[in-house]
Design a protein around this ligand. Structure first.
Ligand code: DAH
Length: 345
């Protein structure tokens, strides 16, 4: 009897000591199992109570209940302390320092060529043109024949063509075929600009790329003349490069225009004085242009006696290189973030 009582007292002391010493909630759960679980000394005492006398049973039962109560409240007290401490630690660990400097996130932006093309197109939209688009894979008829370039014409070699293997299709060598598609899609008059990619069997070096971008323009109406072309492009150049910008027309030859010209603007670098960027001429060529050839109008069934117009094809990279001071066309296509990041909207 006294032996059992001191066993209970000893087990209680151990449990209380362990509860107080438990360092974590997990430790505390183990203390509870050791003190009150099925294999705990006090559980064994309770299991053997059947062999005791009535009086002994009542006494031991009281001692066991008392001990259990003390242990439960010690466990609960310690649990409260540990839970509070763990929460404090979590809060301290997860605290947000609102005064810490922010981490910068890079935000994407359109490619410099896209920005440039948008700017150019916007200027023409301001003059009453609308945007048209066409496929990058074309037929020979649209890319050449409808533009007054018959099969086997030597002019085709000016635009070394990429053919689509196993078909009679090709990658368009210019945006001019969209002139034809746009005219087929509506009745005259027409005022369109066509931004888009074009493809040529060209080397990839500082001034050439096998893929590059053009913006085509086409205006067909009653009574349009070469003077309207000059006025339109001069207005464009002033908008694009500044109010004092001048344009120069040099006679040239394209099959789909007559007369034809190549159009120069004053070099942005030296403003006409002559420097290494413009080959000492003071001028930079940015496009081909001319009055629409009657045969092109005939190809879409428009009467050249009634309708006339002008067209132009501008190189986006050329304008972008001069306007942004970029010396190598490849920089536009290598997608080096250090380069691209320099050109925001
Ligand atoms: N398509 C020509 C080229 O890629 C550029 C061009 C010249 C377009 C004269 C035109 C034009 O519309 O009238 O070289």
């Amino acid at each position: 009897m006294t032996e059992t009582a001191s066993l209970i007292a000893e087990a209680t002391r151990t449990a209380l000591d362990e509860a107080r010493a438990a360092a974590t909630l997990a430790d505390l759960r183990e203390v509870r199992v050791r003190a009150l679980g099925r294999k705990a000394p006090m559980s064994r005492v309770r299991a053997q109570m059947g062999s005791l006398s009535e009086d002994e049973r009542r006494e031991i039962g009281r001692l066991l209940n008392e001990a259990r109560g003390m242990i439960e409240s010690a466990l609960a007290a310690r649990e409260g302390e540990l839970a509070a401490r763990e929460q404090e630690e979590t809060l301290a660990r997860d605290r947000i320092d609102v005064s810490a400097p922010g981490r910068r996130r890079d935000v994407g932006h359109p490619h410099p060529l896209t920005l440039m093309a948008d700017r150019i197109v916007d200027i023409f939209i301001g003059m009453g043109f609308r945007v048209a688009e066409g496929p990058e894979v074309e037929t020979d008829w649209y890319n050449f024949q409808a533009l007054n370039i018959p099969p086997d014409h030597p002019a085709r070699s000016m635009q070394d063509t990429m053919h689509v293997e196993g078909t009679d299709l090709l990658m368009r060598t210019h945006t001019s075929p969209v002139q034809v598609r746009a005219m087929q899609a509506q009745d005259p008059p027409i005022y369109v600009v066509v931004p888009g990619r074009v493809y040529r069997r060209d080397p990839f070096d500082a001034t050439h790329s096998p893929v590059f971008q053009q913006i085509e323009g086409l205006a067909v109406d009653k009574g349009l003349s070469f003077a309207d072309l000059k006025g339109t492009l001069a207005a464009f150049a002033r908008e694009m490069f500044g109010p004092r910008q001048r344009v120069r027309f040099r006679p040239s030859y394209f099959q789909f225009t007559e007369p034809s010209a190549e159009v120069d603007v004053l070099c942005m670098n030296c403003e006409g004085a002559g420097c290494s960027a413009c080959g000492r001429s003071g001028w930079i060529e940015i496009m081909g242009a001319g009055s629409v050839h009657p045969n092109v109008l005939k190809a879409v069934g428009w009467d050249p006696e009634v309708w006339s117009g002008f067209a132009f094809g501008l190189g986006v990279e050329r304008v972008a290189m001069r306007a942004l001071g970029v010396r190598d066309i490849r920089w536009f296509y290598e997608n080096d973030q250090r380069f691209l990041a320099g050109f925001h909207a």
